[in-house]
Design a protein around this ligand. Structure first.
Ligand code: SF4
Ligand SMILES: [Zn+2]
Length: 133
C-alpha cells in the first residue's frame, strides 16, 4: 500500500499538533527577541535551529494529533541538550504567554488537564503478520 503524506499544519486532522507548533513558535520568537539575541531574521541562528528541531519532532510525533504536551510526554523524544534548551525558552516565555498570546496559553493549560496517552502499540513485525494469514 502506498503511504499517504499530508501537510499537518493545514490538515484539520492535525489541529492539535498545528496548535502546539504555533505555541512553540510564539514562545521561541518572544524569547529570542526578549533576550536580545543578535542576527535575528526573524530568529537568531541558535533559536532557528531549536525551532527547526522542535518542528521536526512535532511532525514525527508518535502520538499524532492525540499528543500530550511535550512536558508531560512518556516518550520524551527530544535529545538531552535540546530538551534543556526548550526548557530555558519555556521558563522565560511561559509566564509572558498569558498576556501576549492568551488563547494559545489557555488552550495549552487546558491540554495539561487532559489524560496523557501511553505509547501507541507498535504494529506486529512483518513476519508475525504473514504467519497470521
Ligand atoms: S516529546 Fe512526546 S509529545 Fe512531544 S513531540 Fe516528542 S513524542 Fe510527541
Ligand atoms: Zn535567539
Amino acid at each position: 500500500m502506498t503511504k499517504q503524506y499530508v501537510e499537518f499544519t493545514t490538515d484539520k486532522r492535525f489541529i492539535r499538533r498545528a496548535r502546539a507548533l504555533k505555541t512553540i513558535e510564539a514562545m521561541v520568537r518572544m524569547y529570542c527577541r526578549g533576550s536580545g539575541h543578535r542576527e535575528r531574521a526573524p530568529l537568531c541562528p541558535q533559536c532557528a535551529e531549536l525551532m527547526q528541531y522542535a518542528r521536526r519532532r512535532l511532525e514525527r510525533c508518535v502520538f499524532g494529533d492525540a499528543k500530550p504536551n511535550c512536558a508531560d510526554c512518556v516518550v520524551h523524544c527530544y535529545s538531552a541538550d535540546m530538551r534543556e534548551k526548550v526548557r530555558t525558552v519555556m521558563r522565560w516565555a511561559g509566564p509572558r504567554m498569558l498576556l501576549r498570546h492568551p488563547i494559545l496559553a489557555i488552550t495549552h493549560m487546558l491540554d495539561e488537564r487532559r489524560p496523557v496517552p501511553t505509547l501507541p502499540a507498535r504494529p506486529a513485525p512483518r513476519s508475525a503478520q504473514d504467519q497470521r494469514r
